[in-house]
Design a protein around this ligand. Sequence first.
Ligand code: DAH
Length: 338
Amino acid sequence: MKEKLEQIRAEAARALAAAESLQAVEDVRVQFLGRKGRITEVLRFLGQAPPEERPVLGQAANEVKAALAADLERRKAELEDREARKQAQSRRLDLSLPGRRPRRGHAHLVPRVAGQIVAIFSEMGFQVATGPDVETEYYNFDSLNTPADHPARDSHDTFFVKPGVVLRTHTSPVQMRVMEQMKPPVAIVAPGRVYRVDYDASHSPMFFQIEGLLVDRGVSFADLKGTLMFFVQRFFGPDTRLRFRPHFFPFTEPSAEVDISCAICSGVGCRLCKNSGWLEILGCGMVHPEVFRYAGYDAETYTGFAFGFGVDRIAMLKHAIPSISHLYENDLRFLEQF
Ligand code: DAH
């Protein structure tokens, strides 16, 4: 019987060594120590042994039982430990790996160019003024000497909010709002959104303009030219040339459109300037006396100049962007280039 116990113990040890999971360990326990287990079975035969041998055998059986129970616990702990290590391994943090940097955004091209333009005029002493996007017909048209039958008031160009109220079609109404608020000298630039019923490669229903207005005693066309020259050479480069073409605007007299030598080919001729060597960039002129009358300024005492241009257009010319829609489609492949 003693041999039998030794044999069982050896068998149990082998089974335990082969047990690779907690369930397998439990199976070994049931097989050897369970109610119908091998050791229990041996103990049942203890009664058949000679009485003098019984205590020794009983003790031996209990020792094997205890040893086996201890082995089971050890194996169980071993497997649990192994499992824990495996889990830790799979979740391990490698703090030496370089982090994934959040992608950094930047200002959109149009407001950035607007900022650059404003900065150049600020250097010359111009202040920044603003006005509302939803504007009255009075400020957008009437007070700027644009009579009701002027083509610019055609509903094809203008978004109407309700009778008498429009989305401003240009930043020029800010001129009138500023003049109503302050007496000369006035020197302001007014950046902002404007709206027109227009949509193709060079037109967007919403785009950006910057307005300029300078009023004082003795302001001349030469001051206008000098101011624009300073701006253009600062923005497009010192070799940029400038030319004035006579034009018509209701709120200025005389009026002109201004071209610059092509920013891409410097006047030689290319696709951007359609081989003319020149790019139209803005409208300008001397403030019309009628506009001063609306503003309550004495046209005998004061003169002034005004100008207005599209920020989008300036940005497109500077960076040779073929379609204005690129600016508003929010395609990162485009936006990231600037
Ligand atoms: N408001 C004009 C436009 O949107 C641009 C313009 C032309 C503004 C002449 C002016 C100016 O201030 O004097 O087309």
